[in-house]
Design a protein around this ligand. Sequence first.
Ligand SMILES: [Cu+2]
Length: 364
Amino acid sequence: MLIRLEKKNHTIICRTLLLMLSIFAVSSQLLYAAKNGHAHKDLKPGFGPGDNYAHQMSVNLADYPKVSDISKRAFDLPVPLTRHAGNVDINLEAKEVVSEIARGISYHYWTFNNTVPGPMLRVKKGDTVKLSLHNAPENSHSHSIDLHAVTGPGGGAGVTEAKPGETKVLVFKAKHSGLYVYHCASGNASTHIANGMYGLILVEPKRGLIKVDKEFYIMQGELYTHGGMGDTGFQSFAAEKMIDERPEYIVFNGRTGALTKQGALEVDVGDKVRLFIGNAGVAKISSFHLIGEIFDRVYSEATTSDPQSNVQTTLVPAGGASMIEFTVDYPGNYVLVDHALTRIDRGAWGVLKVTGRKDKNLFR
Ligand SMILES: [Cu+2]
């Protein structure tokens, strides 16, 4: 009798424990969902494009500006600074827009200032930077900015966390020279980065950088779409693919083909060229390579001292950058790639167009 009772009690205790555990598991999930908002909803199987997306995100896509070309031009960047350190004001706007990954494939991009990447920022070592981040009132989410050039909590993310319609101000001292990634860090940060909220900030050393003839601004990024590569129509963000690190598109400057045709990098034979290369990730490391060219100097991981010479391919980590310098010697079209070459099919390529005289001693 006693044994049977103990057994019964044991069973009851076990069942109670199991029940408590399942309640805990469910409440943890709910807590996660409450904290992360849409990210949890995105993970639901069957989350699809079009109206369903708008429904899930509680947004009306018609409310968002249409941007005809999301890509930041590689030649659209500030000129070298000739001034001493001082006070600098920077204004950025978090803007959610609708634009195209490729012709006929539209996407709800989240941006800084309507382009991907956002504007390249250029300051001097020792500058005191006052950065105002305005979150456009029609946006669906809070946004913020974490600049890797900042020394301080969250790189500024907490201070700048702004709800739609708010403006937040971060003041920081640019203490270390280098080329740094900035990105939105509002939860879920990887979602905000994958949707396009990233860019580069250069903190020039006091003496400046070596003088060159042309500078370009390039950032690799990934797009996780619900449909497969090449599927047309509106493509919603696919959280499950991001978690599995399976981007459908890997691109330079926001979309496929951004650095080709009118977006190509144009230089003349004899030009000294500098590339500011960043990688937003969120998952892949870039093996940056320019087919048919050797990099004279690579400032690995974008330090501003001790460059390496004669480099063929340079690694650009997710959330990192590299500075590359070379002189072009021979005319023609040179293709820049992530040398994990299957990514070319996903969009990771662009063109450096060189014009000028042919040197038969160099190449024929
Ligand atoms: Cu954001």
